[in-house]
Design a protein. Structure first.
Length: 81
């Protein structure tokens, strides 16, 4: 039985495109957020990414980015809306 790979083991993931800043759009730039979400949805490991993101999101270790096609704003941004 082989061990599960981590996200870093997948060279074909969308966020390895060399343009990591695409996945850190400004919340006010809705078009950029939607673009990053579309890139994620076309990624071959989208489901694996979502599973690995859960503990990071729950632990509030990840914000102000798009991961697994979900935009995670800063908490301060949520309070101001």
């Amino acid at each position: 039985m082989s061990a599960l790979k981590t996200l870093a083991d997948f060279d074909g993931r969308a966020c390895r495109s060399g343009q990591a800043d695409l996945f850190f759009p400004k919340q006010t730039n809705r078009e950029a957020v939607r673009y990053a979400q579309r890139l994620c949805m076309g990624c071959p490991i989208w489901g694996q990414c979502a599973l690995e993101a859960i503990p990071l999101v729950e632990g509030r270790e990840m914000a102000d980015c798009v991961i697994a096609a979900v935009h995670l704003p800063y908490e301060e941004d949520l309070r101001s809306e």
